[in-house]
Design a protein around this ligand. Structure first.
Ligand SMILES: [Zn+2]
Length: 129
């Protein structure tokens, strides 16, 4: 095994669109499996398999909280690499995927939707005055 073996394995792990999408989703902090499943619009078994590849490569770590499992990126330097890959290939709007999902049941998205609904009520009240 020469010194190119490790970086090759590392880059092979990254060479998958759904794994890149998962890493981007974790850019803003940890997310639960249910959020990541809603984001990819795939079965949870598929999403868990892709998360497993990323975890085995040491790119992400998980944390169990009650019934939910949360994933986070272990080293933020990965985002510099992803940004460089986007710059080199001219890929655009790739980070827009990390937005709040309308149909996501996770606590984070539910809280954001509640805030938005509350804001709308405030605004509509203001218009009535
Ligand atoms: Zn969510």
């Amino acid at each position: 095994m020469n010194s190119f073996h490790l970086p090759t394995h590392f880059l092979k792990t990254l060479a998958h669109p759904e794994r890149l999408r998962l890493l981007y989703a974790l850019r803003g902090g940890e997310e639960c499996v249910c959020h990541l499943t809603a984001l990819l619009r795939r079965r949870q078994a598929y999403v868990s398999q892709q998360l497993g590849f990323l975890r085995q490569a040491g790119l992400i770590a998980d944390r169990q909280a009650g019934l939910r499992v949360y994933y986070r990126v272990t080293d933020a330097r990965i985002f510099a690499l992803l940004d460089a890959a986007n710059a080199l290939t001219g890929a655009k709007n790739i980070a827009a995927e990390a937005r709040t999902l309308a149909a996501c049941p996770c606590p984070k998205c539910a809280a954001k939707q509640s805030d938005r609904a509350h804001g709308k009520r405030k605004n509509s009240r203001r218009k009535q005055c």
